[in-house]
Ligand binder design. Sequence first.
Ligand SMILES: Cc1cc2nc3c(=O)[nH]c(=O)nc-3n(C[C@H](O)[C@H](O)[C@H](O)COP(=O)(O)OP(=O)(O)OC[C@H]3O[C@@H](n4cnc5c(N)ncnc54)[C@H](O)[C@@H]3O)c2cc1C
Length: 329
Amino acid sequence: MRPFGYVSAPDLPTALGAVAAGARPLGGGTNLVDLMRDDVERPETLVDVTSLPLAGVDELPGGGLRIGALVRNSHLAADRRVRSHYPVLSQALLSGASGQLRNMATVGGNLLQRTRCPYFRDHAAACNKREPGTGCAALGGLHRGTAVLGTSEHCISAHPSDMAVALVALDAVVEAQSVRGTRRISLAELHRPPGETPHVETDLAADELITAVELPAVPVARTSLYRKVRDRASFAFALVSVAAALEVRDGDVVDVRLALGGVATTPWRANEAERLLLGAPATEESFRRALAAELAPAVARPQNAFKIEMVQRTAVATLSRLATEGGAA
Ligand SMILES: Cc1cc2nc3c(=O)[nH]c(=O)nc-3n(C[C@H](O)[C@H](O)[C@H](O)COP(=O)(O)OP(=O)(O)OC[C@H]3O[C@@H](n4cnc5c(N)ncnc54)[C@H](O)[C@@H]3O)c2cc1C
């Protein structure tokens, strides 16, 4: 690991000043420090933000929750309001990493974790995300874990966060602060598809700190599920995942939220599937048709083509379960 400076920020103005001067925020460190050890991330200075008063979960006046950026993943998953009003979020968090990692990982850091594409950490291989302009070794190499939606000829790596998939389904909004002020970014806009600049992963400016995530009141989220398919039961990233919420009245879908993970370069809100499902009969046939339309633009490669059918089946099974039994885990 290269030498680096370290600042511990006692308050927000100090943290924002340090970030404005070029320091990188350090949350739980579970991703950033790993990448520094691998010489992929090379910050000159880290600013430890974990002492800032941003570790609370508060109720919003109009319903919904304001989640501080430093709330640990385990704390958020256990919050009784999250478990009852947004079970999909609690389940997504609990499906990620391990107990020890969730105790360290923060909401802000989880959102900004980097891809798990093996070539991103492999200095012997080309990677446009790590070194712009070098190429993408995954295209002709090992790409079983990569994305089929939102890809470009410059990058096909999958977005890794489970939490972000649940948050995008819930219309979450990120609050970002800098010395220039505060702004709000919808989670759907936070992560950028790779296009021609895979190294630019989010809409966040270098001097901005994520300070909170707001969840609006989403009544349908009380009947919600997160389903993740992976190679082993824990400590594994998603091959595919599904965040779903469903309300059915008189046999028809009256409200639905659907997002897909493991298959896309960003947390993927299934807008087309939702559009087709609203007002349709809550049947397996409707679910299958909606997923087929959502996945029509998918670009499959030899090793990751299986993900298209896998995510379709997982989503149909999850929606069917919500339609017949509700969202209890
Ligand atoms: C073995 C292993 C298995 C894992 N499995 C999963 C899994 O199955 N699913 C899953 O979703 N995740 C998984 N993870 C990833 C884990 O969830 C992330 O490492 C963690 O959420 C990152 O949070 P952190 O607070 O430690 O971030 P850090 O490592 O501290 O930071 C990550 C990035 O965010 C930036 N940052 C941190 N806080 C802020 C802020 N407030 N504002 C602006 N920038 C900020 C940092 O500068 C850095 O760029 C796994 C990790 C490991 C090591």
